[in-house]
Design a protein around this ligand. Structure first.
Ligand SMILES: Nc1ncnc2c1ncn2[C@@H]1O[C@H](COP(=O)(O)OP(=O)(O)O)[C@@H](O)[C@H]1O
Ligand SMILES: [Mg+2]
Length: 261
C-alpha cells in the first residue's frame, strides 16, 4: 500500500490557545479515513492546515512524499457550510475550480458533466443554489470538489447541516462515488456512527490540545448497506470510539456552557 497523504508532527496555537499538538497520521492511496473528535478539538484547524490556508507552527503535510507549501489542485474540499456562489448557476458552480485553475476545456467540461450525473443532478445545470434543497447543494459541492480531479478529497462535516434521512442517503452516495473512482478520502466528522459507517480507519482526536488518541481499523465488509448500522458488530465499533472521547465531549459541553457570550 502506498501512503498518499501524510501529516507529520503538526503543532498549532492561536495565541495562548494550543489547538494541535504533534498530530501524526496518514491516509493510504484509495483509502477512506475518518477523523473523529468532539467539537472544538481542532478538526477544522487541522483541515485548514492541510488545505494550506492555515500555517502550522511546526510539522509538515505531504502528498506522495512531497511537502506541501500552500493550497493546490491536488486537494479537493467540501466544507460544512455549503459554499456555493448564489449568483452562479449549478453548472457555473461546478466548473468554478476548473475556471480558477485555467483548466476549463472540452475534456474537463465532459468530466464535470459526468460528476454532476454521478451526484444525481443532471438536468439542474441552469438552476441557482437557492432553487434546490440543502442535500442537493451539498451534492453540488461534492461535484465541484471532484471536478478538479483532486488526488485527495477532504471533507469537513459535509453532511452535518442535513436532516437525518438525507444524511444517510448522502453517506451511501459518497460511498458509491468513492467505490467507483477509488479516490483517497479524508472525512472529518463529530458523528461516531458516520465515521464507522464510512471509513476504513478512524483517527480519534482528543482535545486541548488536539492530539491523536487512537487509530482504529474498521473491519466491516463492503459494500456497506444501511442495515449494517443495526448490527452488533457496528455497535461495538461505535461504543469503542465513544469510550475514547466521552470525557472530552462532556468537557467540551461544559466549556460551551461557560463561554462568555
Ligand atoms: N482563527 C482562530 N483564532 C483563534 N482561535 C481559533 C481560530 N480558529 C479556531 N480557533 C479555536 O481553536 C479551537 C479549535 O477550533 P476548530 O478547529 O474549529 O475545532 P473543531 O472543528 O474540532 O470544532 C477552538 O477553541 C476555536 O475557538
Ligand atoms: Mg469544525
Amino acid at each position: 500500500m502506498t501512503v498518499k497523504l501524510q501529516v507529520k508532527d503538526l503543532c498549532k496555537s492561536f495565541g495562548t490557545l494550543e489547538v494541535m499538538r504533534d498530530i501524526n497520521f496518514h491516509v493510504d492511496e484509495h483509502e477512506f479515513v475518518a477523523i473523529v473528535g468532539p467539537s472544538g478539538c481542532g478538526k477544522t484547524t487541522l483541515l485548514r492546515t492541510i488545505a494550506g490556508i492555515e500555517k502550522a507552527d511546526r510539522g509538515v503535510v505531504m502528498i506522495d512524499g512531497r511537502a506541501l507549501a500552500g493550497p493546490g489542485p491536488d486537494r479537493g474540499f467540501v466544507f460544512q457550510q455549503d459554499s456555493l456562489f448564489p449568483w452562479r448557476t449549478i453548472w457555473q458552480n461546478v466548473v468554478f475550480g476548473l475556471e480558477v485553475n485555467g483548466e476549463l476545456n472540452a475534456q474537463t467540461r465532459m468530466r464535470a458533466k459526468e460528476f454532476l450525473k454521478l451526484v444525481g443532478l443532471s438536468g439542474f445545470e441552469k438552476y441557482y443554489p437557492t432553487q434546490i434543497s440543502g442535500g442537493m447543494r451539498q451534492r453540488v459541492n461534492l461535484a465541484r470538489a471532484l471536478a478538479i480531479n483532486p488526488e485527495v478529497l477532504i471533507m469537513d462535516e459535509p453532511f452535518s447541516a442535513l436532516d437525518a434521512q438525507t444524511r444517510e442517503v448522502m453517506q451511501l452516495e459518497l460511498l458509491r462515488i468513492w467505490q467507483q473512482g477509488r479516490k483517497t478520502v479524508l472525512f472529518i466528522t463529530h458523528q461516531i456512527d458516520e465515521a464507522v459507517f464510512l471509513a476504513d480507519r478512524i483517527v480519534v482526536l482528543g482535545r486541548r490540545p488536539g492530539y491523536v488518541k487512537e487509530v482504529i481499523q474498521v473491519e466491516l465488509p463492503r459494500p456497506r448497506v444501511l442495515a449494517l448500522k443495526r448490527t452488533a458488530e457496528f455497535g461495538a465499533y461505535v461504543e469503542r470510539v465513544w469510550n475514547l472521547i466521552e470525557k472530552d465531549v462532556h468537557a467540551s459541553i461544559q466549556e460551551d456552557a461557560q463561554a462568555p457570550v
